[in-house]
Structure formats: C-alpha cells, structure tokens
Design a protein around this ligand. Sequence first.
Ligand SMILES: [Zn+2]
Length: 162
Amino acid sequence: MPIRKNLAVHRDPYLPLMGPKEVAVCRHCGAVYHRKRWSLESPPVAVEGRTIRSVVCPACQKMHDSFPGGIIVLSGEFLKPHKEQIIGLVRNEEARAKKNNPLERIISIKDNGNGVEIQTTSDRFAQRIGMEIQRAYKGDITYHWSRDDKFIRVKWHRDRTE
Ligand SMILES: [Zn+2]
C-alpha cells in the first residue's frame, strides 16, 4: 500500500468556487454539488436565498479536455490472454464508483497491442483500479504521484501466464 507523502489538500482547479449554501447541477451528467460533495442524488428543492447553478462538473470537464487525474498502464505476457477479463474488472469498478462518487470515471481505455492504457478522471480512482487488478491478478505494480499529488501513474506488469 503506497503512502502519500503530502497530505495537504490541494484545491482542484476544476471545482467551481461555491458558497456553502449554493447548489450546482452539472448540465451534462446531472451530478449535483451540495454541501461540498458531488452525488447523483436529486437536487435539493429550491429554497429562499439558495442559488442553484448550472455548471459543468469537474469530471465532465476533464473528459472533455482529456485531462486525466490518473493513467494506468497494463503490460506483460499475462495480459493478452486475460485482457477481456481485466478490462471487465475495470468496467465493474467504474460501475461501482459511479454510485459513490460521480466524479470518478474512466476517460478512455486504449489497447495499443503491447499493452493497455486506461485514463481516469481522478487519481484515487486510478489507484483503486490498480489495487483491484493486483488483488485479482497479482503481478507487479507501482504507483507514482506527481503534479502536487493530483496525478498518478500506475504501472501494472505480469509476465507469468500459468
Ligand atoms: Zn458532469
């Protein structure tokens, strides 16, 4: 389990600046920002003095800009015969994440023949996918954070095919 050196909270430049009573709704995916968190709950009813803003949520912006928070690179001999299965696991993680945090999404899954590259909107989500892949398929994994701990590069490799 990697330990993050810097636990200071960096403001995500993609998060809208909002007052504590404001509510924002993403006009692309419908995610709702309320009380400092994003969810897929229905937006709270309008009350007096409350502003409901129409925004583009950070995940939709990152997907639009192709600005990943994490990249996972899968490689090794083991990958080819198990590719479908492993990508299935990644898709399951995505479905699970969607229920808890609508900002955790997969931007793309690219198969370049030698390996697979998965881009995600958040670093934590990429880390979790890496951990799940290793839990299920063993192999070697490295996690490398950069960009003020807002970006992670995960490398997973397994050669043994037995
Ligand atoms: Zn959105």
